[in-house]
Design a protein around this ligand. Structure first.
Ligand code: N01
Length: 546
């Protein structure tokens, strides 16, 4: 594969006003903002050979977005909103990638993106107050500002299964999928993991493979996606209302047009709530998760009532009662792990060519053998293993950048006990470094483009403020950072979210500190946006300038 055409000039320069790391949704808009609004001299380093980030890498079968397409896009340009047409409620990976390619062309971004270059070191010099950014291709450039646009779910979690290297067949992690696809025809396939990715991939693979074995460690509460073509009338109405849509999603809790029901499930009759549950189940998508009764995340009793509805659904779909029982979550409250959206996931376990190996009842994975996977003392022979074990979320991609701040302090070391940030966008001791959708910001608890646009616009205005006032550095104060960390913890500790072994908690990675990673603000992304605006209005309260 050849890298897409960045201009020869981009790699010849050695000093920039700003270096952006990553050319997905975040990095592309950041480049457009700094270069075209502030007229800065900017370069982007991108590890992939094309734009797209998440949508460049995750090409596994069934990969599509779980957010509704009409709001899973940039909203900063009114003409762009009018000219692009999404084909489906949840577009497939290749359609989103086409959209991002279109944006890259439309805003002429590629000349300032250096493809196929992975950043390996980002070091602050206390004397010059500049950063030096180095890549695996030998680049070394200096810059005033660094903006990480590396995504929250971009560092693959590849569990160190014993014997992994001995497998004689093919083995793929879902986030590093071959660009020319994988043919499962007549193959015995094993999928490890049953999170949102596997829930999308399993029904697709089962249709093609001779036999599919699913290795489940923890069952998932799934809700139907209810994907389908978008009615042109609906598209027209949305395009006419984009000003309203923008305003609603920006002020909402999760960046969707969804709001919790203004009452508790404990205040309803069984008949009333069953009707509401049916309505949400039939609507599909995130309504069941993010627009349910408002006590769902606070009361275990309320949560149990809601979870019971989903458990009954599993039993009604899966024919074999033993398989249904294995697929029924029992160890964590509903909604405390990311909601997977499915298309025929539970139905797939009714197929004759699909076998479920459940860690709790059949035994955990012990090793990968030359011929397959051994779990619970039994070997399952396979031709292809699909590893759908997720990511070292939020902190993983930042730790991998080799960031060293003031006095050589190392971010990866300082974050061993969990991330410390101010507003999830800046870090004390790391001047002029901004993290788009970083830990302790709403990030993965929101519809990502909404949070990305908010961060990009806030960072752009902050840098514009510095230029207007001839300021050289901005840095979060340790006091503001500590207070933010305490606030992030306090808010989430009042909910059930910390009771699951989720990747939100860092619990999926051996040795990773158990700390809730994103920010679940009391007023969601709308409240967080207001907080960030207030900080700026108060002359960047909590930051020190030089
Ligand atoms: O990863 P996951 P994912 N041995 O961590 C299991 C986003 N996404 O790639 O639950 C055996 O959720 C693990 O088990 P457990 C979305 O935000 C977005 O599926 O840890 N099994 C789990 O079942 C999502 O949440 C879209 O006990 C092991 C699975 O592997 C995030 O990506 C679509 C194991 C991993 O599930 C991550 O989802 C898809 C081990 N050692 C995903 N280690 C969109 O719509 C882990 N597992 C945009």
């Amino acid at each position: 594969m050849t890298a897409q055409g960045s201009s020869p000039g981009a790699s010849a320069k050695t000093h920039f006003d700003a270096v952006i790391i990553g050319a997905g949704f975040s990095g592309m808009y950041m480049l457009h903002s700094l270069r075209d609004k502030l007229d800065l001299n900017v370069t982007v380093f991108e590890a992939g050979d094309g734009v797209g980030g998440t949508w460049y890498w995750n090409r596994y079968p069934g990969a599509r977005c779980d957010s509704d397409s009409y709001i899973y896009c940039y909203t900063f340009d009114k003409n762009l909103l009018q000219e692009w047409n999404w084909s489906e409620r949840y577009p497939e990976q290749d359609e989103i990638l086409r959209y991002l390619e279109h944006c890259a062309e439309r805003f002429d971004l590629k000349p300032d993106i250096q493809f196929g270059k992975r950043v390996v070191e980002v070091i602050f010099d206390d004397n010059s107050e500049l950063w030096t950014v180095r890549t695996d291709k030998g680049d070394s450039v200096t810059t005033r500002f660094v903006i990480t646009a590396v995504g929250a779910l971009s560092t693959a979690n590849m569990p160190p299964f014993k014997g992994l290297g001995s497998f004689k067949g093919k083995c793929y992690h879902t986030s590093q999928w071959p660009h020319d696809g994988v043919d499962f025809t007549a193959k015995r396939v094993g999928v490890i993991g049953t999170g949102a990715t596997a829930v999308q991939a399993i029904p697709e693979i089962a249709q093609q493979a001779k036999h599919l074995t699913v290795f489940q460690r923890t069952p998932a509460f799934c809700v139907p996606a209810r994907n389908g073509r978008v009615d042109p009338e609906v598209t027209r109405a949305r395009k006419a209302d984009y000003d309203g849509i923008r305003q609603r999603i920006k002020g909402s809790f999760f960046g969707f047009e969804l709001n919790f029901l203004p009452k508790g499930v404990l205040d309803t009759t069984p008949e009333e709530r069953e009707q509401e549950f049916d309505r949400m189940w039939d609507a599909g998508g995130f309504a069941f998760w993010l627009a349910n009764y408002q006590d769902m995340f606070f009361s275990k009793e309320a949560n149990d009532i809601i979870a019971d509805y989903l458990k009954r659904k599993i039993r009604s779909i899966v024919n074999d009662p033993v398989a249904a029982e294995k697929l029924t979550p029992k160890t964590y409250p509903y909604g405390t792990k990311r909601q997977p959206l499915d298309t025929n996931y539970f139905e797939t376990f009714n197929k004759k060519n699909v076998l479920l190996v459940d860690a709790a009842t059949d035994g955990s994975i012990e090793e990968i053998t030359p011929n397959g996977v051994r779990a619970g003392g039994k070997e399952y022979p396979l031709d292809i293993i699909v590893i759908a074990t997720g990511f070292d979320a939020l902190t993983g991609p930042l730790k991998a950048l080799g960031i060293k701040g003031r006095g050589g302090r190392m971010l990866a070391q300082e974050w061993e006990a969990g991330p410390q940030t101010y507003l999830g966008v800046a870090i004390a001791g790391y001047p002029n470094l901004f993290t788009i959708t970083g830990p302790q910001s709403p990030s993965v608890l929101s519809n990502m483009p909404v949070s990305i646009e908010q961060h990009v616009e806030w960072i752009t205005e902050c840098i514009a403020h510095m230029r207007r006032n001839k300021l050289t550095t901005i840095e979060a104060t340790p006091e503001a950072q500590d207070a933010w960390g305490a606030h992030v913890a306090e808010v989430v500790n009042a909910t059930l979210m910390t009771s699951a072994n989720s990747w939100y908690m860092g619990a999926n990675i051996d040795g990773k500190a158990h700390r809730f990673l994103p920010y679940l603000g009391p007023e969601g992304v709308g409240g967080y946006r207001r907080k960030c605006a207030e900080v700026a209005e108060k002359d960047y309260e909590g930051f020190a300038f030089s």
